[in-house]
Design a protein around this ligand. Structure first.
Ligand code: PNS
Length: 160
């Protein structure tokens, strides 16, 4: 059986923290599909196409990783791709409440879908897309937090 996992997210934009979790997931599974969600409650800085393209570029070197956008429910995307595992990163206690609720909801929708969590290493525990967006909007240096393609896209968005 091919073990396929989905790593879903808004990826607005993808950060080194996301990439770390994707790499760890890829080392555990045969194939990882990074699912870039269109239907997210968040107002995004980057369009779905931009978020997907940046995630693709940032994970290009990873042999068993693909990037795809999806609309609608995560459980439907997981089923449609023949996967049964969702892998997410967990940074701190603050993530837990939300992920706990999401997991409960998703298992109501599809009892057989498994969500597994990988703990972020300490160096990425503070890192989030929102902190990256804020830093970039204030023209701070984001080069330690995101890959060069993302840093370029951010500086284009926040050009003075
Ligand atoms: O990176 P994020 O913003 O924490 O990712 C959240 C995401 C995209 C994983 C979540 O919003 C999601 O699964 N969206 C797809 C729609 C869905 O299935 N929602 C849950 C049931 S309402």
């Amino acid at each position: 059986m091919t073990r396929i996992a989905i790593t879903p997210g808004t990826f607005d934009p993808i950060t080194y923290g996301h990439i770390d979790i994707i790499k760890r997931a890829a080392s555990l599974m045969d194939k990882v599909i990074v699912g870039v969600a269109e239907s997210t409650p968040k107002n995004t800085l980057f369009t779905l196409e931009e978020r997907t393209e940046l995630a693709r570029e940032a994970t290009r070197g990873l042999a068993n990783v693909e990037v795809e956008s999806f609309d609608g429910l995560l459980v439907d995307f997981v089923r449609a791709r023949g996967a049964n595992t969702v892998i997410k990163g967990l940074r701190a206690i603050t993530d837990f409440e939300y992920e706990f609720q999401m997991n409960a909801l998703n298992s109501q929708l599809d009892y057989d879908m498994e969500t597994a969590f990988i703990m972020s290493p300490p160096k990425y525990m503070y890192l989030s897309s929102s902190i990256v967006r804020e830093l970039a909007s204030l023209h701070g240096d984001v080069s330690d937090l995101v890959p060069p393609c993302v840093a370029e896209a951010l500086s284009a968005k926040f050009q003075r």
